[in-house]
Design a protein around this ligand. Structure first.
Ligand SMILES: NC(=O)c1ccc[n+]([C@@H]2O[C@H](COP(=O)([O-])OP(=O)(O)OC[C@H]3O[C@@H](n4cnc5c(N)ncnc54)[C@H](O)[C@@H]3O)[C@@H](O)[C@H]2O)c1
Length: 425
C-alpha cells in the first residue's frame, strides 16, 4: 500500500502588523485546520512556513500564543530577514509591509521564483510595476495584489449593474474613507513620517473606479492638510483630497473626487467610515458603510473595545448557528481566492498545461499586477503632487499619455513639465 503525499503550498509572510492580524492570520489558521479543497485541484495543505519581520517580537509572541491554531513557522528578523525566509522552502509569499516598502520585498520574492501576493497599493511607481511584471513573466509565477474592497458585496453589485448595462455612462462621483487618529498616531507611528492617507486608502477607490468603470485615466489633481500628525509645512499629511478624470471609448468623460483622512477622532461612531456616490446618465448609486449596517452600544466597551458600527462584511468573528467559532468576511475571502488561483496553476491539471493555467489566472484583471497600471499611475501622480506641495509648490496637475510622456507633472507658473514616467501608461 502506498500513502499519497498531500499536495502543499507553503506560505511565507513579510510583515505581521495590523492587516496580518485582521485577514492573513484567520486565513492561515483556518487553512491549517481544514486545508483547501476544490474539485479542480483536490486537497491542498497551506502551512504558514516562514515569516520575515523587522524585529520578530510580534511574530514570535503570536506563534507561542497560538499553539495548535497555526503551523509552527520559522521567524526571521532583521535586515536580511526576507532573504533568509525565501531560502526556507516556501512556494509563495505575501507582502504586508508599509506602503513604501512593498517593492523591495516583492522584487526579492519574484527573483527567488516564488509566487507573490502584495498588499495594496502594489507599488508607488510605474517603473517598479514594470520591473515586477517582467520578473513574474520571466520566472513563470503569479504576481497579484490585494484590493479586498472589490469583493465587498455592495461593490460587486455596483459592478454587476455597470457590467450588465443597468447603469449607463458614469458622469462623476465621490468616495470618502475616514480612519481614526489611533491609526496615524499609534499603529503606524514607526513609518508615518512622509506618508499620506491618500496612498494608503484612496487607492481602494482608485482601483474600484478603474476596475468598475474602465476607461482611460487622463489627469490627477490633489491637495491636503497638515499640522496634526506632523508640522503644517512638513511632508506628512493628515488628510488628502484628490480628483481623477477619465475618458471612455465613446469620447465622454467622468470625474471622481476621493477624500481621505487618518486623523478623525478615535470615538467617532463610523470608526472606519466609508461612503460613495456615483452618478450615471440614468441613475445614482449611494453606499454608506454605516447606513447598511449595525449601530451597537455596550456600556463601558463601545467604541474602543467593541466598534459602534462594525463592518461584519469585511471581517467578523462569529459563533456560527451550528456552534463553531469562525472569522470571515471579504478581507479574508480575497486571500483564500488568491491561494485557490495558485493551487489551480500548480495542481489543476497536467504539468504540461501549467503554462495555460498560469496565463488564465494572469488574465484576471481584478488582482493581477499587469492590470494595476492606471491605479499605480494615479498613486504615483498623487505622491508626486504632494511631494511638490510639501516643497512649497502646491496645485500641480499630472496629465496622462500626452506627447511629452506617459505621466507628466505641470507646476503652476513653470513652463517646463516634469516627466514622471516616459512610456505610455
Ligand atoms: N487591504 C487593506 O484594507 C489594508 C488594511 C490595512 C493595511 N493594509 C496594507 O498592508 C500593509 C501593512 O499595513 P499594516 O496596517 O499591517 O501596517 P503595520 O504598521 O501594522 O505593520 C507593518 C509590518 O511590517 C513589518 N515591516 C516593516 N518594515 C519591514 C521590512 N523592511 N521587512 C519586513 N517587515 C517589515 C513590521 O515589522 C510590521 O510587522 C500596508 O501596505 C497597508 O496599505 C491593507
Amino acid at each position: 500500500m502506498t500513502t499519497k503525499q498531500p499536495l502543499a503550498l507553503r506560505a511565507g509572510m513579510v510583515g505581521m502588523g495590523m492587516i496580518f492580524d485582521e485577514t492573513y492570520r484567520p486565513f492561515f489558521e483556518k487553512a491549517h485546520h481544514t486545508g483547501l479543497h476544490d474539485r479542480r485541484f483536490g486537497d491542498v495543505d497551506v502551512p504558514l512556513a516562514a515569516v520575515a519581520t523587522r524585529t520578530g517580537s510580534r511574530a514570535e509572541k503570536y506563534r507561542d500564543g497560538a499553539g495548535e491554531r497555526i503551523h509552527c513557522f520559522q521567524s526571521f528578523a532583521g535586515d536580511d530577514a526576507v532573504d533568509r525566509m525565501l531560502h526556507g522552502g516556501i512556494d509563495f509569499a505575501c507582502v504586508a509591509t508599509p506602503d513604501d516598502r512593498h517593492f523591495e520585498a516583492s522584487k526579492k520574492v519574484l527573483m527567488a521564483g516564488k509566487h507573490l501576493l502584495v498588499e495594496k497599493p502594489s507599488v508607488l511607481k510605474l517603473q517598479e510595476l514594470d520591473e515586477l511584471v517582467a520578473l513574474a513573466q520571466a520566472k513563470g509565477v503569479l504576481a497579484k495584489v490585494v484590493y479586498h474592497k472589490l469583493l465587498d458585496p455592495d461593490h460587486k453589485k455596483l459592478r454587476t449593474f455597470v457590467h450588465d448595462g443597468v447603469f449607463q455612462h458614469i458622469n462623476n462621483g465621490y468616495c470618502s474613507l475616514l480612519e481614526p487618529k489611533q491609526i496615524s498616531g499609534a499603529q503606524f507611528s514607526e513609518w508615518i513620517t512622509g506618508r499620506n492617507p491618500g496612498t494608503y486608502v484612496a487607492v481602494h477607490y482608485i482601483k474600484l473606479i478603474d476596475f468598475t468603470f474602465g476607461g482611460r485615466l487622463k489627469s490627477v489633481v490633489a491637495g491636503g492638510q497638515r499640522g496634526i500628525i506632523g508640522p503644517k509645512d512638513g511632508p506628512t499629511w493628515d488628510s488628502v483630497q484628490m480628483k481623477m478624470t477619465y475618458e471612455y471609448d465613446y469620447g465622454r468623460e467622468a470625474a471622481f473626487d476621493i477624500h481621505t483622512s487618518w486623523v478623525t477622532p478615535d470615538n467617532f461612531p463610523g470608526y472606519v467610515e466609508q461612503e460613495v456616490q456615483f452618478r450615471f446618465d440614468n441613475g445614482v448609486w449611494n453606499a454608506h458603510s454605516r447606513k447598511r449596517g449595525i449601530e451597537c452600544t455596550v456600556e463601558g466597551k463601545t467604541p474602543y473595545d467593541i466598534k459602534i458600527t462594525m463592518n461584519t462584511h469585511y471581517n467578523g468573528t462569529f459563533v456560527e448557528p451550528w456552534g463553531e467559532r469562525s472569522q470571515r468576511g471579504y478581507g479574508i475571502e480575497v486571500i483564500d481566492r488568491f491561494v485557490r488561483e495558485l493551487a489551480h496553476v500548480e495542481f489543476g491539471g497536467p504539468a504540461e498545461e501549467r503554462g495555460d493555467r498560469l496565463q488564465e489566472m494572469r488574465e484576471l484583471a481584478y488582482n493581477d499586477l499587469e492590470a494595476d497600471r492606471q491605479t499605480v499611475a494615479a498613486v504615483q501622480a498623487l505622491e508626486a503632487i504632494l511631494e511638490y506641495a510639501a516643497k512649497g509648490e502646491p496645485d500641480c496637475v499630472v496629465r496622462v499619455n500626452e506627447d511629452k510622456g506617459g505621466l507628466v507633472l505641470y507646476r503652476p507658473g513653470k513652463p517646463e513639465p516634469v516627466v514622471l514616467y516616459s512610456p505610455r501608461v
